[in-house]
Design a protein around this ligand. Structure first.
Ligand code: HEM
Length: 866
């Protein structure tokens, strides 16, 4: 597998986490896995490592001597580029709680990769001891962390300072963001649980690198006595000469939380002891000052893990006085590996000391000194402890631990938690990037399509905030069908109904339940295939006329809109006395529809304040309804079938109930057809042209087919069935640019696969999201009409084909839309050779439920032969 490790501490720096992470990646490689390490900048002398990726730090900011990295967009881009180049990544494993680790969490969520977090350190104690102002530091860290990785829920109270509590909030949030959490010791796992971390915690010890252990085993001790295998004899080989001083070793950072000063003070009080200090840190000066000129305290500076291990072979005791900080204590493990007894002060660390191999003492220098004195006076006591260590199998060989860690990875990869259905609303993950108050509005407005695409990787149901109110996005076709077929419960559209109210009062798209079913039955005959034959003749004529009249340079987006508006209104009412209503439609519908979209998107409070716009909206809506109402009455008086939509609506009697549509209901449905049909069809039409024009192969194939089937024209209804290649281009356009949002409200509680959402919950789905999910469409970012070729189409899961929705609200105008798009495209390309303006870059605008190219500027050259 390919593992991406994220750590804020560069492996070239010294420290317990660094040592542990380095052992982990060497261990994973030893097991045959690939590892890429993302980290902060390290010391300049560090050898370049192709598997190490250094993220950009915040300039001139370092925390405790370490470069600070933030999860910026530039770092996200770098991570994405490395994933693309070296990927696919199977698992992300974050090891810290700072910027690099947060960037790792975000990358895992962006790419839908399972995420493991190891919590190594007690940030609460660390901040308390090392920061000059612990409270503001912990608070600032929590606020910063919360702004990029939202903190959820409440944390149980524990007896601790306010700064410690802030630090715990950050640690718990970091752990909660992961799919699995690893901790190095059981006592630390208990603390995390006491702070509210739920779910499974894996206790897997830190480890010591196999090569180092093998080397230690093979190296003779410096005093020349035989080296034997790690185990029974190793302790004995390092035996102190009875007459010499007690050789005490310090192997840790010289930092307050490790308590080096207590160690030095203790040794100074034991005349028969010497102390070798291996380590560096901000308490070095204080430590030197305390040691004064006493030659028994010897400072050796920061040393490698290898040096420390070998030093352990040359000493009698490791002094490890840290208290309430270490979650395991790497040096304790190393001492066990080297057969070295320890004196320590933290009872919780007994877990890391082989039974009988250490002396637990009080934390005061006096108590530590007393323990050392006893050992100095009694070499037999040391011997007993060495024998006890030797008798205990060493538990922390890295290869064995790496096998445990990779088992955790494998379990997550086999059953990715982000694909699991949440059982309660509280378990529904929130989309990354939520801002205070604004929620996800900025992300959704800036790049709606990219935002929607990113949600599939978050989970089957994702919570998003477009303002303060949550909405639940369904990301799988199976869940979407549960809305479409009503198995999840009832839904209504009262929000949309309010936004449309003056112009459309009770049309099918805002009705719910039995009235909706009845209305659908009533309008269905108007859009039946048999009727479409008649509409196709009208549509072909309009398309041919429109194409012939196009100027040499044109914005095809605008032109598509005008064409579709004319086409649909012409098929609604063909009789001569509909002319005035058609003119009214052309004059007012585009503005009214733009207003409906705005009203639906704006919060109620803003809508209430838009008096002037509201008055204008009401006046135009009344004028439009009045004109169309007059045509309906004229049709009724006339009594003939004009073979158009209006005649069909007037003439239909519901077989089940005997119901007929009233005038106002017919006005509603006619306006709805314009509202739902014009923008959507025009946008897809423009995308068909754009996709054709930007690919020379597709353009060539479309033209070749038209040459054969339509020749010099004119376009006729029959051509609809004779253009299979164009049909594939249209189907692929509907996949690629299909509707990006559909919203409804739960009418009472609704239940999806065991997850119950409350009454009123806003439930959203996006055909566009499903159409761009690689689980349903391989290489989804590729526009490839051949997906729909007869030999490949069977490989597409029909449930994931959603351009016209699904179930009860499936678009009744789908065939009409396909007909219009096919005939208009045929007309355009039989008349002209369009070319996109050079330098033109498309910009999708997602103001409506189908995104549109904001412009489509082309130059038209006549087809030769016409
Ligand atoms: C390419 C063009 C079109 C696309 C992509 C499209 C897509 C859709 C979708 C996805 C829905 C379901 C929305 C939901 O979840 O509630 C829908 C509903 C609807 N569409 Fe279309 N549509 C198109 C063209 C048309 C046309 C040309 C008409 C009419 C002539 C039309 C009339 C309707 C109506 C009346 C509804 C509401 C159905 C209901 O709620 O029961 N659409 N459309």
């Amino acid at each position: 597998m390919h593992i991406a490790l994220f750590t804020d501490f560069h492996p070239g720096t010294v420290g317990g986490i660094q040592t542990s992470v380095a052992a982990q990646y060497r261990g994973a490689r030893r097991l045959g896995h690939r590892v890429t390490v993302f980290t902060a900048p390290g010391p300049e002398s560090t050898e370049p490592d192709p598997d190490l990726v250094v993220l950009s730090p915040v300039r001139a900011l370092s925390v405790n001597g370490f470069a600070a990295v933030l999860p910026t967009r530039a770092n996200a881009r770098l991570i994405d580029a490395v994933f693309a180049e070296r990927g696919p990544v199977d698992i992300v494993h974050t090891q810290t709680t700072y910027g690099v680790a947060v960037a790792g969490v975000k990358a895992a969520r962006r790419h839908g990769i399972p995420l493991v977090q190891t919590i190594h350190s007690r940030d609460d104690v660390f901040i308390q001891h090392t920061s000059p102002a612990p409270y503001p530091a912990a608070l600032a860290m929590r606020a910063l962390h919360n702004s990029v990785l939202p903190h959820r829920g409440r944390m149980p109270r524990n007896p601790e300072s306010r700064s410690a509590r802030h630090a715990w909030h950050t640690m718990i949030a970091q752990a909660q963001a992961a799919d699995a959490v690893i901790v190095p010791s059981a006592h630390f796992a208990e603390r995390l649980r006491a702070h509210g971390l739920a779910g499974r915690l894996h206790v897997i010890s830190n480890g010591v690198d196999d090569d180092l252990l093998d080397e230690l085993e093979a190296t003779p001790p410096a005093d020349g006595r035989d080296a034997t295998a790690l185990g029974a004899d190793l302790g004995a080989t390092a035996r102190r000469a009875d007459a010499g001083p007690l050789r005490v070793l310090w192997c840790a950072r010289l930092s307050a939380e490790k308590r080096p000063l207590a160690a030095i003070e203790a040794v100074l009080r034991v005349p028969g002891a010497v102390l070798d200090v291996y380590g560096d840190g901000d308490q070095l000066a204080a430590a030197r000052e305390l040691a004064g000129a006493d030659p028994r305290i010897r400072f050796h500076g920061a040393r490698s893990q290898r040096d420390c291990l070998h030093a352990m072979r040359e000493h009698d005791i490791l002094l490890f006085p840290s208290l309430g900080f270490d979650t395991q204590g790497m040096a304790l493990l190393e001492a066990a590996a080297a057969g070295l007894p320890v004196v320590y002060c933290d009872a919780a660390l007994s877990e890391s000391v082989p039974p009988g191999g250490g002396v637990l003492t009080g934390p005061e220098p006096d108590a530590i000194a007393a323990a050392l004195r006893t050992l100095a006076d009694s070499p037999a006591g040391l011997e007993t402890r060495r024998t006890a260590i030797a008798a205990t199998p060493f538990p922390a060989r890295q290869s064995a631990l790496s096998a445990e860690i990779t088992a955790v990875y494998a379990e997550l990869i086999a059953d990715p938690p982000h694909a699991r259905m949440p059982r309660t609303p509280a378990e529904v993950p929130t989309a990354p990037g939520r801002l205070p108050l604004l929620g996800h509005s900025i992300a959704a407005l800036r790049d709606s399509l990219g935002f929607v695409r990113s949600l599939a990787a978050v989970g089957p149901v994702v919570r998003v905030y477009l303002g303060p109110r949550p909405a639940y996005v369904l990301t799988t076709p199976e869940l979407i069908r549960q809305v479409g077929f009503g198995t999840a419960g009832e839904f209504h559209r009262d929000d949309l109904r309010a936004a449309m109210h003056e112009v459309v009062r009770g049309a099918s798209n805002v009705l719910a339940g039995p009235p909706h079913e009845l209305r659908r039955r009533m309008i269905a005959p108007a859009l039946r295939r048999r009727r479409l034959q008649d509409y196709a003749a009208v549509t072909a004529g309009i398309a041919d006329e429109w194409a012939a009249a196009l100027p040499g340079t044109v914005n095809l987006m605008e032109s598509a809109h005008a064409l579709v508006l004319d086409t649909i209104s012409a098929t609604l009412f063909t009789a001569d006395f509909g002319a005035a209503a058609k003119a009214e439609v052309r004059r007012n519908i585009p503005w009214l529809l733009a207003q409906v979209v705005q009203r639906a998107a704006l919060p109620d409070a803003v809508n209430r304040a838009r008096f002037l716009a509201d008055r204008r909206f009401a006046a135009k809506a009344a004028a439009l309804r009045g004109e169309i109402g007059a045509v309906v009455r004229a049709y009724r008086a006339d009594g003939r079938d004009h073979r158009d939509v209006l005649s069909a609506l007037i003439g239909h009697v519901d077989a089940e109930t005997g119901a007929r549509l009233g005038d106002e209901e017919i006005v509603d449905e006619l306006i709805l057809m314009l509202a739902a049909g014009v923008g959507s069809t025009a946008s897809i039409l423009a995308w068909v042209w754009y996709e054709t024009l930007r690919s020379p192969e597709i353009a060539k194939a479309v033209r070749a087919e038209l040459d054969t089937e339509v020749g010099a024209g004119p376009v006729e209804p029959d051509h609809l069935y004779r253009l299979p290649y164009l049909r594939r281009v249209i189907l692929e356009t509907l996949r690629y640019w299909g509707p990006w949002v559909s919203t409804q409200n739960a009418d009472g509680p609704v239940t999806f696969d065991g997850l119950t959402l409350p009454d009123g919950a806003v439930v959203v789905y996006s055909p566009y999201l499903v159409h761009h999910d690689p689980r349903h469409y391989p290489d989804p970012a590729r526009f490839d009409p051949e997906r729909w070729a007869p030999e490949r189409v069977d490989g597409i899961d029909r449930k994931a084909v959603l351009p016209f929705g699904v179930g009860a609200r499936h678009c009744p105008g789908n065939n009409f839309a396909l007909l219009t798009i096919t005939l208009a495209t045929a007309a355009l390309f039989t008349h002209w050779n369009p070319a996109l303006d050079s330098g033109y870059r498309v910009r999708p605008s997602s103001g409506d439920f189908v995104a549109a190219p904001s412009r489509l500027p082309v130059t038209l050259r006549p087809r030769t032969g016409r």
